[in-house]
Structures are given as structure tokens and as C-alpha cells.
Design a protein around this ligand. Structure first.
Ligand SMILES: [Zn+2]
Ligand SMILES: [Zn+2]
Length: 431
């Protein structure tokens, strides 16, 4: 009997790893340059953590979480996202004592029992980052600019930043009341889930994927028009600072994010590829219907809600599988797994090459050699398969003359190089 991976769970194969590494490295270095430090969080937590933060009425907690009882009868859940764990760790380890502003990021698998589709898995990967300790609009603008710049550096120029403000505990209740009245007036067109949400958590109706509900909700009141003075000023400042930094954005008043803890700024970064013409179906976008590659916003009340001191915060998560789909559309140049390949013919050349391999690695050059004593043709094929731009060919004659052949795999030219100059020459081309 052959046992397969569970539905919606994928292996990341060796061929895909260079792209993953490229992506992780690009994001990690952008964050580290901006003062973020990595934190490694557990894969599972007490279930309560998620129901208390994400919200018991959200789809994530109500329908999609992997929850189980351990042998001690405790209810545990695989993490469906990272912010709740990050806040818990921030409080439990008193990270606020080190620095009034705490910047952390994490990377790893998250788990949600959603219907698997393009770019969406039940075990998926996110890079998340959170900043604790300031409610300044400068921070919102800084992080949004950082993300857009980082994607641009990865050649992803068709991404759009969408913004909304969800208000605060001062102004949101009033907005909720308006929304509840609207939902009451439009009950007829709403699905059973939305009817339930209208009672328990009205903002969640905007998460409904039902086309009928979407249509009914199109003229629903917007949070932006109910903002209190402080929230309005905050949002205006975020927009003004983004304009100063020349970061383009658009306002999306329907953007509520699928979690309860957001306050004020909420954002998504969406792929606009594939929806350039109105008659194109969303499936023609490389991300299909799931076109957000990153999202997040402020959660000024969450730390307090989870038992900590009043601490404003801002964070985001990037869906790495989705980012990967976009990168595969226009693959960036990725370091080959061998920059130079040593094609060695005969025992003497093999020994010489073995030492050369070590010396080249000490120079920081990515090198591989052939241990299988194959013919030259096969060795060149291996070099080609590894994507090596250069091959060093060495046989008995070359050892005798103390010269080797350096082959440029791109144009097929080759030159004869004295052995003692080889490392210097390769280091020069590689620099
Ligand atoms: Zn407000
Ligand atoms: Zn609905």
C-alpha cells in the first residue's frame, strides 16, 4: 500500500529550493536592514490563544483550525497564523523590557483546513513581522514602503498596495451599528452564514465569498466614513507619508481582513497581473482568485486583550507559496548549484581536482566535481544540468603540461589556462 501526503499538503522538492532560498534571503535581508530580529515560534499553541485573538467567529477559528486534544486532555491547535503566537511570546518573554520598540519576524508553516486551490495549501508558509510599541503613522508608512520596495527589488512590479482604515474602539461601535441596520434591511439577499455574522460579528460579512452576498454588500456603509477624528488624522498621515515616499496605493473600503484584531490601518498587496482587462477571469492571474500576496495592519488592542500592557502594534504576513507563484512568472537569476564544474578524466586528474575543489570552495566559489569516472560527454551533461556556467576539464595530458581547459558553457568557447593561474582567474570572473 502506498501512503500519500494528506490533501492540501505539498512537498517542496530539491528543484524548488533555490527559488525558496532566493525568496527567503531577499525578505530576510530586507527586514534585517530595517532593524527586525528573527524569532522562532512554536508550531502549536493552546487553542484559546487563537479564539481569544483572531476571534471565535472568524472563518479561521470557526472552520479552518486543526485542533486536537493531547494525552493530558488539553486542547491544542496548529497555528493558523503567526501574530497571536508573536504577541504571546512578546508578553511571556517580556521582550518589551529590552527596548520600547520591538521589531520581530518569523518564517514557517501555518495550517488551515481550507479547500485546496492554486497557491493555497493546508500547510502553507508565511513570513510574518510585527512591530510593538508605537502607534505612529510613520511606522505604518515605513513598513508599507519597505514591503513594496522589497517586492520591487524582486522584479515584482505589478503588485498593488490597497489600504483601508478599520477605526478604533471609539469609532467602530458606531460603524458596526450602521452596518447591522444595513444588514437588517437587506436580509433577503444574504446567505445563512452572513445572517449569523450579522448578529455575532457583522464586519465578517465582508469575508463572505458568496457572489450573491458580495452584490448585496456592495452599497453597505464603509468604515472610512465613520472614523473618529484621531483615526481620520492617522489615516490621512499614513497616506501623506506614503505619497512622500512615492509609494503608490489605492483605497479599498471593502478590505477588512479575516481576523478580528485589526484596528486603523489594514492593507493588502495584491497581484494585478491577469486582471488588466475586465473580461479576464481571476483564474488567469497567476494567483487565481487568491490574489493577495501579503496583508496586515495595525492591532493596537491585541496585546492588552491577551493580558499585556496597552501596546500599539503593526504587522504583516507574506504568503510564501503565493509569492513563489509570482516569482515563477518571471524567474529571477538564481545562483546555480555549481558555478564551476570539474570534469576530470583519469585517477590523477581526479585527485588533483579533489584538492582544487576544496581550494575553490575556500575562495567562496560554488563548485562540484564528478566522482563517477564518466566520459567527458556525460560530465559536460552533468555540468549543463546543474546550470554551471564554467567547466574545468582536466585529464592526464593537462596534468603533464600543468595546464587545464576552461570552458565557457554559455558560448562554448574554451581556453587553455596554466594550472597555477586557474584559481586566481576563476576568482576574478566570479567576483
Ligand atoms: Zn477611531
Ligand atoms: Zn454570505
Amino acid at each position: 500500500m502506498q501512503i500519500k501526503a494528506p490533501k492540501g499538503v505539498a512537498d517542496i522538492l530539491p528543484d524548488d529550493i533555490p527559488m525558496w532560498r532566493y525568496m527567503e534571503h531577499a525578505l530576510r535581508s530586507a527586514l534585517e536592514r530595517s532593524g527586525f530580529a528573527e524569532i522562532r515560534l512554536p508550531i502549536f499553541e493552546n487553542s484559546q490563544l487563537f479564539s481569544h485573538s483572531i476571534g471565535a467567529e472568524t472563518d479561521i477559528v470557526a472552520k479552518e483550525m486543526y485542533t486536537f486534544q493531547d494525552n493530558g486532555g488539553r486542547s491544542l491547535s496548529l497555528r493558523p497564523e503567526g501574530t497571536a503566537s508573536a504577541v504571546r511570546a512578546y508578553l511571556e518573554n517580556r521582550l518589551y523590557e529590552r527596548n520600547p520598540i520591538c521589531r520581530i519576524f518569523y518564517m514557517g508553516p501555518m495550517f488551515r483546513a481550507e479547500r485546496p486551490q492554486k497557491g493555497r495549501y493546508r500547510q502553507f508558509h508565511q513570513l510574518g513581522a510585527e512591530v510593538f510599541g508605537t502607534d505612529s503613522a510613520y511606522l505604518d508608512a515605513e513598513i508599507l514602503a519597505l514591503l513594496m520596495r522589497c517586492f520591487k527589488r524582486m522584479q515584482l512590479t505589478s503588485l498593488k498596495l490597497q489600504l483601508n482604515s478599520l477605526g478604533c474602539p471609539e469609532c467602530r461601535p458606531q460603524y458596526k451599528r450602521q452596518l447591522v441596520v444595513f444588514l437588517g434591511d437587506n436580509q433577503a439577499g444574504l446567505c445563512a452564514d452572513c445572517m449569523r455574522r450579522a448578529d455575532t460579528n457583522p464586519l465578517r460579512v465582508f469575508d463572505c465569498k458568496n457572489p450573491g452576498c458580495k452584490e448585496v454588500l456592495a452599497p453597505a456603509p464603509q468604515s472610512l466614513t465613520s472614523l473618529c477624528g484621531a483615526c481620520k488624522d492617522h489615516f490621512e498621515q499614513v497616506k501623506e507619508l506614503l505619497t512622500t515616499l512615492e509609494v503608490a496605493f489605492e483605497i479599498n473600503p471593502r478590505l477588512v481582513r479575516g481576523l478580528d484584531y485589526y484596528t486603523r490601518t489594514a492593507f493588502e498587496i495584491v497581484s494585478s497581473q491577469g486582471d488588466k482587462s475586465p473580461d479576464k477571469s481571476p483564474d488567469q492571474s497567476p494567483l487565481g482568485a487568491q490574489n493577495a500576496v501579503a496583508g496586515g495592519g495595525r492591532f493596537d488592542g491585541l496585546v492588552e486583550q491577551l493580558g499585556g500592557p496597552k501596546t500599539p502594534a503593526f504587522g504583516f504576513a507574506i504568503g510564501l507559496e503565493r509569492l513563489l507563484l509570482l516569482l515563477q512568472e518571471q524567474p529571477p537569476a538564481i545562483e546555480p548549484s555549481a558555478w564551476v564544474y570539474l570534469a576530470l578524466l583519469g585517477e590523477k586528474a581526479k585527485r588533483k581536482g579533489f584538492i582544487l575543489q576544496q581550494n575553490l570552495r575556500q575562495q567562496g566559489i560554488t563548485v562540484q566535481m564528478n566522482y563517477a569516472d564518466q566520459c567527458l560527454k556525460k560530465q559536460l551533461k552533468s555540468a549543463h544540468n546543474l546550470g554551471a556556467p564554467y567547466v574545468v576539464i582536466m585529464g592526464d595530458d593537462e596534468i603533464k603540461n600543468q595546464r587545464v581547459i576552461l570552458k565557457d558553457m554559455k558560448d562554448g568557447t574554451q581556453e587553455n589556462v596554466p594550472l597555477e593561474q586557474l584559481i586566481g582567474k576563476l576568482a576574478e570572473i566570479n567576483s
